[in-house]
Each structure stands twice: as C-alpha cells, then as structure tokens.
Design a protein around this ligand. Structure first.
Ligand code: FAD
Length: 433
C-alpha cells in the first residue's frame, strides 16, 4: 500500500496491517520479527508515520468507559479527537488540549504530545493523560502512568511511536459550560506589533496569530491575532457544517507568489473587518482548516512541508525577524504561517514545547524548498530552539541532538523495554534513533 504523511512529498510502499483489537495487535507483534511502526490518521506532515511495515490503528476506535462524575474517559488509541468531542461536549466535558485539527487519533496525539493554543496555560496533551496501555516489543501489554513504569510513560508522551504501540488511554476531561467560544480578532501591522499583542494578551485562554508572509516593507509579517474564551451561553450548538472535500490534486504551481498574496489579502481583509467579538462553535475556532477536507491536495502532486520551530522568548524577536526575512525574500512562496506562545518544557524527553514562541510555516515542495528548510533548521538550532518532530521532514541528526539534548535518556528507556530495533520510522532512522 502506498502511504505518505500529510505533506504528501514522500511516498513509500508499505506492508500494512489494520488490527481491530488490542489482542490482534499483540498477536501481530508476537508473530512477526523486525521493525514496525504504529500509525494513526497520518496528520503528521513529514516521515514520522512512514515505515516499510505499518500497524494502522484507526480500526481500534471504541469508547471504553466514561465516568460522568470525575470526567475520566477511557478509549482505544485509534479514536479521533473530533469523535471524542462529539461524545463529551454535549455531556458538559472538554478535552483541555487540542491541536489545530480534530482528525488526529488519541494515540497520535499522545505520541506527539500535541500542544494547543493554550500551552502556556495548561501544558501539552500529556497533562490530560492519566494512564495508557502499551503493547511492547515482545507482544506483552503494560499499563503505564506517572506511578507505574514512569520512565516508559514519560518517554511515550512525545516518543513518536518509538517505545511501543499505544492501544488505549485514560484521559482526564475538564468541565465545560458551552460548546461556544467568544472570539476576538486583533489586527497587527507588522512583526513587532504581533509580538507585542501576543504578550499583552497572554492571559487570554487561547491565542494564536495568523501571519501574512506575502508582504514586504512596513507590513512584513502583519497578522491577525485570534483570541478565544469559552462562552457561558447555553444555546444549543448549530449543526456542524458539512466540510467540503477537495476531490483531486490541484496542478503544481497553483500556489505561487501571486495567489499567496491574493489569498492573504482576502484573509486579512475579512479578519480585520471582524474586529467585534463573535460567538463561534468550538470547531470553527480550533479546527478552521477541517472545513475543507483534503486541503493538502491544494499543493498538487509534489506536496508541501510545514516547518515548525520553537524559539526561546529571549531570542525569538531576532530569530523570527531573520527567518521571516529569509522567507519573504526567497523563491518559495509561504501561503500560511502561524505564531503562538508555548509554556515551559516537561519531563518527556522528546516532547517539543519549551518556553518560547512557536512559528509554523507551510511551504510547497519546489526545487529550492529543501535548501530553504536546511537554512531555517540551522538558524533555529543556532538560537537555542528546536523543530517539531510531528512536522519535520528533513532535519539532520546533528540538529536533532542540538534541539533535543535528552535524546540519550530516551534511547536508554527504549533499550530497557526492548524497543530499539523493534519500532522505527523513516524519521527515526534519519535522526539516528
Ligand atoms: C491541519 C493540522 C493542524 C495541526 N495542528 C497541530 C497543533 O496545533 N498542535 C500540534 O501539536 N500538532 C498539530 N498538528 C499535528 C498533529 O496533531 C500530529 O502530527 C499528530 O501526531 C497526528 O496524529 P495522527 O493520529 O494523525 O498520527 P500519525 O500522523 O499517523 O502519526 C504520528 C506519530 O504518532 C505515532 N503514533 C500514532 N498512533 C500511534 C499509536 N497508537 N501508538 C504508538 N504510536 C502512534 C506514529 O508512529 C507517528 O510517529 C496538526 C496537523 C494538521 C494536519
């Protein structure tokens, strides 16, 4: 079966099994030697979910148990976050950490320790994980938590599937008054203003800046800052708008400097015009890109990459100015860029967040994209930052070690549980794991 990540630039032919139960996962591991990798909805952009032998976990998608008094929620690892929310929001419960799409599995969210627009307040996905069930290299099943096999628990959160196969998880939900969000949009004229507004509104529950990289001069990196607060209105949610789906690849080259400038002009004009606060459904605030299913086909058959880094607060203004200078003067158009704050790092050795600003930019795959990414990678490492493994497609092993200095502790845990040669991805091989 031909598989790729969300960026669709690397495709490989993989031997894929799709087990429907944890017992079937155990049997598969017990019966087969050699390396393999679990995979969810393939929403990681690069090669983190690619391997010659794949366990597709999306058939393991049951809700196992829910305690309506404590908010403890137990499910299979292949359940998608959008389905989890469909179940818990009407019952007055909420998942406190959400990435920018609901189309990821619980297992994928744990493996990448995903972060949301509130990381600086609540931390990463791991903060909501009470315990998880792993199938280890030898096919045995183990429940791990902060109290039981804590080393394996810590390494699995953010461990990109390299410690074992997550088959189930127990999550801690939080109470929710309403499915609605009060959204405020603040326009910023340039990078300095964007950084100042993000800092001034750091106490907002959720914040993110959509940055326009199609401009040069005084309006370079102008932005729309989207702030969100949970509303307390009890009005019933409007029915979900059915997402549209892009059925075919657009021709390569449709995303170019002219179309990117036109798209950003329209987006900025519409956003800046909506300055008065609006009440929006949570899916509209948290998952705006899910409104167009298969939007990754906009980039055509050559696909695209997303370059996402985090930069410590003290270096961020200078480093961002340098990165944005490189991006706005180079030959590769950058249609979509996002900036948000992250809180302190945690105990998970490969977890991405650390105190600073995270900057993510989509880049179509052209003849110059790899070289551009390599330049940006070095710049990030030189400023003491790191790249997000869930987005990465080309980081060098050297820059990985510079950005993730606890990688040896991670390897030691893998060795202890027999995972070193058993679980591998194209990414882990490239990074020397
Ligand atoms: C539009 C969009 C917006 C996004 N926004 C954000 C964001 O705001 N914040 C953020 O942090 N991320 C974001 N992401 C990235 C996404 O949340 C992560 O890549 C996530 O890991 C994808 O989950 P998945 O189920 O698709 O896993 P996959 O992409 O299939 O796999 C990702 C990794 O998880 C491992 N894995 C998956 N399932 C299991 C399992 N059961 N057991 C062990 N390992 C497993 C895989 O081996 C792989 O290493 C976004 C992605 C998209 C497409």
């Amino acid at each position: 079966m031909l598989i790729s990540g969300w960026g669709r630039h690397t495709r490989i032919d993989a031997d894929t099994a799709r087990p429907a139960t944890a017992t079937a996962v155990r049997a598969l591991l017990a019966a087969r030697d050699g390396a393999l990798l679990a995979r969810g909805m393939c929403r990681s952009y690069g090669d983190a979910s690619l391997a010659p032998r794949i366990l597709d976990m999306t058939a393991l998608d049951r809700l196992i148990a829910f305690d309506a008094d404590s908010g403890l929620f137990e499910c299979d690892a292949g359940l998608r976050l959008a389905e989890l929310l469909d179940f818990c929001v009407p019952r007055g419960w909420w998942l406190p950490v959400l990435p920018g799409t609901g189309a990821v599995t619980v297992g994928g969210a744990i493996a990448a320790d995903v972060h949301g627009k509130n990381h600086h307040h609540v931390g990463g996905f791991g903060t909501a994980v009470d315990a998880l069930d792993l199938v280890l290299a030898d096919g045995s099943r183990l429940r791990v938590s902060r109290d039981a096999h804590a080393d394996l628990f810590q390494a699995t959160l953010g461990g990109m599937g390299l410690t074992g196969v997550i088959v189930a998880a127990r999550l801690r939900l939080v109470p929710l008054a309403s499915p609605w969000l009060e959204q405020r949009v603040l326009p910023a004229a340039n990078l300095d203003e964007t950084l100042a507004l993000l800092a001034r509104h750091a106490d907002a529950s959720y914040s993110v800046a959509w940055v326009d990289l199609s401009r040069r001069g005084a309006h370079r990196a102008r932005a729309l800052i989207m702030l969100g607060e949970h509303a307390d209105t009890r009005t019933s949610p409007a029915p979900h708008r059915r997402p549209l789906t892009l059925p075919v690849d657009l021709p390569t080259g449709v995303i170019n400097r002219a179309t990117v400038r036109a798209f950003n002009a329209l987006y900025h004009w519409r956003g800046a015009g909506a300055a008065t606060p609006r009440t929006v459904h949570y899916s509209q605030y948290f998952f705006p890109l899910d409104a167009l299913g298969g939007w990754n086909r906009l980039y055509g058959r050559r696909g695209f990459v997303q370059h996402q880094c985090v930069l410590p607060f003290e270096c961020a203004p200078r480093a961002l100015a340098e990165m944005i200078g490189t991006l706005t003067t180079g030959s590769v158009p950058a249609p979509l860029a996002v900036l948000k704050a992250l809180g302190p790092a945690n105990d998970h050795p490969l977890s991405f967040p650390m105190a600073g600003l995270t900057f993510a930019v989509d880049l179509p795959m052209t003849a110059d994209t790899q070289a551009l990414c390599a330049r940006l990678d070095d710049l990030v490492a030189d400023h003491g930052g790191r790249l997000y493994l869930a987005k990465d497609a080309s980081m060098s092993a050297l820059n990985f070690r510079r950005g993730y200095p606890r990688w040896e502790a991670f390897q030691a845990v893998r060795e202890r549980y027999g995972a070193l040669t058993r679980f591998a991805s194209l990414q882990s091989r490239r990074l020397g794991l």
